[in-house]
Write a protein that binds this ligand. Structure first.
Ligand code: ZN
Ligand code: ZN
Length: 237
């Protein structure tokens, strides 16, 4: 069985997801092929080996970037040697405590999986392998893969160390769970609505092209504005 499903978005971007994981925890992972290095953004639940499921055509370095430390984004992070994430969650990546990953919500989720995990891991016994960062990111840092480079935007609110990666040349934007198509989450432990409002204001003014969110389908700049504006209206009402 293929645990991962793939959706080829372009000749350089593939979206990967786990169809047998409950919808709430079914997050997007992205493989971006670069000239000098490949980028992997987010790592699902860790219920199968992600790295060997990637289509790696060369011996280029693989740069793994976690948009934040939540359970549905970091399961396979430990499989990669070069691991990047935001400073605000650096300690959490190194230990993967429930308080920050929110893994307990997955353990208690009825119908958490619709097929047995290839690793044999059951939801009840679910654990995340620690993945200490090898490069600690902050606002304005740049990740260069040769023919594209991504600026790190710190977008707190959904979680303290949530980041987005923006290619300012093309407008390609990987937004993690800061903004995506679907119900946004600002009421779990670690969420901060005041910080999220500042992030949403910033996102509503951001010059982007295609947005690849942490969940759901990609969208464009008008929809980004609409989602951000709707959020602000709902929280200011
Ligand atoms: Zn999240
Ligand atoms: Zn998520």
């Amino acid at each position: 069985m293929n645990w991962f499903s793939k959706d080829v978005i372009s000749d350089r971007v593939t979206r990967i997801y786990e169809p047998h994981v409950h919808k709430f925890f079914q997050a997007n992972m992205f493989h971006v092929v670069g000239k000098d290095a490949d980028l992997v953004i987010d790592f699902g639940m860790g219920l199968d080996h992600l790295r060997s499921a990637l289509d790696l055509r060369s011996g280029k370095p693989l740069v793994a970037v976690a948009t934040h430390v939540h359970v549905d984004h970091v399961g396979s992070f430990h499989e990669f040697d070069i691991r990047l994430g935001h400073v605000a969650e650096a300690e959490a990546f190194a230990r993967m405590p429930d308080a920050e990953t929110l893994a307990e919500y997955f353990r208690k989720q009825p119908g958490a999986l619709t097929a047995a995990a290839p690793t044999g891991m059951t939801p009840e016994a679910y654990k995340i392998s620690p993945a200490p960062l090898t490069r600690i990111l902050a606002e304005n840092d740049v990740i260069d893969i040769g023919d594209a480079s991504y600026m790190v935007l710190h977008l707190p609110g959904h979680s303290p160390g949530s980041i987005g990666l923006l290619d300012q040349r093309t407008g390609e934007f990987f937004s993690g769970d800061a903004i995506y198509e679907g119900g946004l989450v600002d009421d779990l432990p670690g969420c901060d609505i005041e910080a999220y409002k500042v992030t949403m204001k910033r996102l509503s003014e951001l010059d982007v092209g295609v947005v690849h969110g942490g969940h759901g389908a990609w969208f464009g700049r008008d929809r980004l504005r609409e989602i951000a504006t709707n959020y602000l209206a709902s929280r200011e009402a």
